[in-house]
Structure formats: C-alpha cells, structure tokens
Ligand binder design. Structure first.
Ligand SMILES: [Zn+2]
Length: 136
C-alpha cells in the first residue's frame, strides 16, 4: 500500500531489528523468540531474558493484540503529519509483556478504548513495513 500516505519518520533499520521492520513481506509480524524456552523477546536482546539462551530467532506471531494504553497527540511535531492522531501501546496476544508502540489510523479517535482487540496491518514505505493496528 503506497501512494497517498502521510509523511512518516521512518525507523533506522539494522541487523537487530530488520526482522521487525522489513520481515513481514508475507503479511505476518515477526518477533524474536527463544528456541530453548519459547519466550517472546521484544525489543531486541542478544539473549533470552528468562533462560539466557542465545538461540533466538524471529518467528511469526498472530498479529492479534489488545490496546493497553493510548494518548491522543494534537501537537504538530512533524511538519506535514496531520493531527490529531492516536499513539497506542498494544500487547500481543502471545505474551503479556510483549508490547508495541503504534498508531491506529483506521480507528476513529473517539472509538479507541483500553482493552479493545486489534490486529496488525502494514503500511509500506520502501523496504520498511510499519506495523499498524486496526479493529479486530
Ligand atoms: Zn529462553
């Protein structure tokens, strides 16, 4: 989906986060997972925080999550980015402490609620596919 997208500040992609920003060409969000104990790890860590294994690799997740917090930004921090917009924290269904900061541009601001179920979709900017969330 490219074309009439609002301007965005894009992340800096490196070998530690490439799976997250660019690894979703099949439409699935990828998060690091420990092969030894199954713990999901985000943001990047070189070892599993639970069992200390270094055997970690990106694995696809369901993309289902719930909103655990949000704020409405009215400040025009970035020229050309229309305001207001929601900045949300969503928690992936796979694990309670795996949380992403994201936007919910397909949900009307007045409809956003803590606890609402959402699912991922992607907004493509070149090689980067930003994970955004919409109502599930
Ligand atoms: Zn582990």
């Amino acid at each position: 989906m490219e074309g009439n997208l609002p301007p965005r500040q894009l992340p800096y992609v490196n070998e530690m986060n490439e799976h997250f920003w660019s690894g979703s060409s099949d439409g699935r969000l990828r998060i690091l997972r420990c092969a030894a104990c199954g713990t999901w790890i985000h943001p990047y860590a070189g070892r599993c925080p639970k069992c200390r294994s270094a055997d970690i690799a990106p694995q696809p997740v369901s993309g289902h999550a719930k909103v655990v917090g949000f704020t409405v930004n009215h400040q025009p921090w970035v020229p050309g980015v229309p305001t207001p917009y929601v900045v949300a924290i969503v928690e992936l269904e796979e694990q309670s402490n795996i949380r992403l900061m994201t936007n919910l541009p397909r949900i009307a601001i007045e409809d956003v609620q803590v606890g609402m179920k959402v699912k991922v979709y992607f907004e493509q900017h070149g090689d980067i596919r930003l994970p955004l969330f919409e109502a599930a």
